[in-house]
Design a protein around this ligand. Structure first.
Ligand SMILES: [Zn+2]
Length: 176
């Protein structure tokens, strides 16, 4: 399977490239914004998309770190940067404006599922705190569900589950 990015809303569309011959033109209609666009199989546009997909889990290490979204049947592996303050994590959806949207078809992930707060302590180090965003299916830290008022300290490598999707925290060094 391959994916292309909608030029209008930047949503991903997945397709089975083995169904088509090299050089064949395909037309897609974006399910999110209904934009119609074409690509040709096996030419530079597709290669460019593939190059973009090279992902580095540590790419935000000098800043505030990242979440790594583990690939599953609903979506590809993604690395999303975190910033100081509240980072709202949920399923990317047109019209929902959150800091940390995940590109996924996971129906059990809410659009505002959980929040990771990044704060500096007195020594200038970064402190990560996880809380549920009052989601329908709950937020799990190391397989334990968080209560509505829980504020859990999390650190590098901690595993968070939202819906059917697994997320790993990669801390940053917070170099300013
Ligand atoms: Zn679109």
């Amino acid at each position: 399977m391959k994916r292309v990015r909608c030029p209008k809303c930047e949503g991903f569309i997945t397709f089975d490239e083995t169904q088509y011959a090299d050089g064949q033109s395909l037309v897609f209609v974006c399910p999110d914004c209904k934009k119609q666009f074409g690509i040709r199989i096996g030419v530079s546009k597709l290669k460019a998309t593939r190059k973009e997909e090279k992902i580095d889990e540590q790419e935000n290490r000098q800043a505030c770190g990242s979440i790594v979204v583990v690939e599953n049947v609903f979506g590809y592996k993604q690395v999303l940067p975190l910033y100081e303050g509240d980072n709202t994590i949920g399923r990317r959806n047109q019209g929902t404006n959150i800091t940390t949207p995940i590109e996924t078809a996971d129906p059990s992930m809410d659009r505002h599922h959980c929040i990771i707060n990044v704060k500096r302590n007195k020594q200038g180090g970064l402190v990560y705190t996880l809380r549920d965003g009052l989601s329908n299916t709950g937020t799990f830290l190391m397989n334990e569900i968080l209560g509505p008022k829980d504020r859990a300290r999390i650190s590098d490598g901690d595993i968070i589950t939202i819906g059917a999707t697994t997320i790993i925290l990669r801390e940053g060094e917070g170099i300013e």
